[in-house]
Ligand binder design. Sequence first.
Ligand code: PGA
Length: 251
Amino acid sequence: MADRRKLAAGNWKMNGTADTLGMVETLAGAHGEARSELLICPPATLVHRLAGAVAGTSIAVGGQDCHWEETGAHTGDVSAAMLADAGASHVILGHSERRADHGETDAIVRAKTQAAWAAGLTAIVCVGETLAEREASNTIDIIGGQLAGSLPDQATGLNLVVAYEPVWAIGTGKVATADQIGEVHDEIRRRLEKRFGAGVGRSVRLLYGGSVKPDNAAEIFAVENVDGALIGGASLKADDFGGIIAALDAA
Ligand code: PGA
């Protein structure tokens, strides 16, 4: 079994202003010694300030999206190089909210992943099925298609993390069962090994995301091939995020 360091990644989405940074101090104070790797992805406006606030702690900073080009006439967009320049080491790509709100296709996510890698960022590429797709028994096909289309060929265990986030479990309080998570994570692992070779396939970390809370975290982290979580709502509260980190450290 590959030696994969667990990762707890917070996704603040479109939440947070300067006064939200105070909770990070609390978190760093309580969990600075965590065994797991800790990452917070604030809105783009806070990346630089958060990077300053966590300097000297074990918390890393990531973006929530980037453009596929490095510079240019793209009003309102932020490039991977800009995120790196602001102090980010990671970027979330292909989140279902971006796929739904901004029409992001697998090809776009792939191009963005390549841009992230060119800027030296680790890409957290998200995949996940809708409720209708699950009910039609299409989950595995959908995830397989998203992986095939969204991941460039040069993946490594350092530049890529894959997050499985069932769309119906995001922000709804409906968490996938351990069996549902295990089935998809095992399949993702198999496909990564097949495409990138056993060494790389085994070293890429797989996160679960979708209504992860302190009270369901231990059960989720006990599932084979779950190497951590992508956490939305609960990552905005130091106590909740801290409870999830403690569960991950104990897993
Ligand atoms: P949630 O969001 O934890 O609020 O469900 C997870 C995500 O969208 O990354």
